[in-house]
Design a protein around this ligand. Sequence first.
Ligand code: NAD
Length: 94
Amino acid sequence: MKNILLTGGAGYIGSHTVVELLENGFTLICVDNFTNSSPEVFDRLERITEQKVIWYDADIRDKKLLCSIVEDNVVDGVITLQDIRRLVNLLLTH
Ligand SMILES: NC(=O)c1ccc[n+]([C@@H]2O[C@H](COP(=O)([O-])OP(=O)(O)OC[C@H]3O[C@@H](n4cnc5c(N)ncnc54)[C@H](O)[C@@H]3O)[C@@H](O)[C@H]2O)c1
């Protein structure tokens, strides 16, 4: 399992996860809509690790976009880190 799709990858836990996984030989494909973070996080992560992070500015609720990201990349595993509870609440109230 080498290629990890990480949602919420620019967040607090996500950015630490990116460093740990990159330093342990994984390839990261990150998805974040930057509601609570910024794309500059990935510049910093690439500088720290001296490795490339593939990232998409995308909302995980956008099924079509998510499908195209999975089609465009080899994905062996998924880690999801944006707040699932908030997401579920949002979906239930709309
Ligand atoms: N920070 C902690 O100390 C801590 C402790 C225990 C558990 N957790 C859990 O870990 C998870 C991540 O926490 P965190 O502190 O890293 O949060 P965070 O807000 O820093 O990171 C979440 C990331 O998800 C992104 N995001 C939010 N909604 C999105 C969506 N619809 N599509 C794509 N990206 C989206 C945000 O922009 C952000 O970058 C949460 O579920 C939290 O409850 C955090």
